[in-house]
Design a protein. Sequence first.
Length: 302
Amino acid sequence: MTAELALGTYRCRAIPEAAVRAAASGARWIDTAPNYATGRAHDLLAPALTAHPALRIATKAGYFTAATGADAVNAGVLTEDQAVVGHSLAPQYVRWQMARNREQLRRERLDLVLLHNPERAHPGDRLALHRAMREAFVVLEEAVAAGHVAGYGIATWAGLEEEAFTVGELLALAAEAAGGRHHLVAVQMPVSLVMMTPIAQALDGRGPLPAAAGAGLRVMASAPLHGGELPAMVDQELADLIRPGLTPAQACVLAVASCPGVTDVLLAASGASHWSQAADAVAQPSLTAVKLREITGVLASP
């Protein structure tokens, strides 16, 4: 069974319309962040979430816009020097941002809160990074206990690939933060036919995807079309190798959706036809491991 399609709002041009479209198609998840759409993503999503209460929302804490940073300084949760950085895992900031997320999204409880590119906090210093993540996880566990958050995780671009942390370390940090049973339930990471190391590793039973799947974590694959660039890089011959009859974009989406361990594919569809085509792609039978090996082998050859 292939993964499900979810709306990713990072590069989404018309967020309200896309959210309604996703809900109408049966999508269950929308992924966003307080810094998306120059800080307007939450407010743009709120009406659709109110109209479609069954939609699950994944949002983040970490990056913030200059305006949000100024508000955080005024609230006393960041210093001016910290606000200039545009990213923070400081416990008081994470706590404040979650409350702000709930207010903007008009949700009493957030389905999922992800630390946004936590590797940004202490590049090159794993001990300091892990300490900061554990402290942020403590705040997230408190939010779960208060009924404000259902679960949490991390959204990373390079942290897992560069081994700033591993899935096993994330689980251990969460257990330490919780003092036992934790609520770390998801990881988000790039998976595509450009960034295909996770796919190749998963086919050999290695890397973060099998580790996450083995722990029962939701795995949200971000940038499946590499920011919209990938369909132009894949010709019809390669698309037909992946699955005859699919467009290059559909073939790329199906490859990611078929990757072992991936549960959700985040797509920022720019129009109704693009969303419909992607939905048709994930409705296809999964590619076999043999086919995925063939595809990665072709792409890895000089």
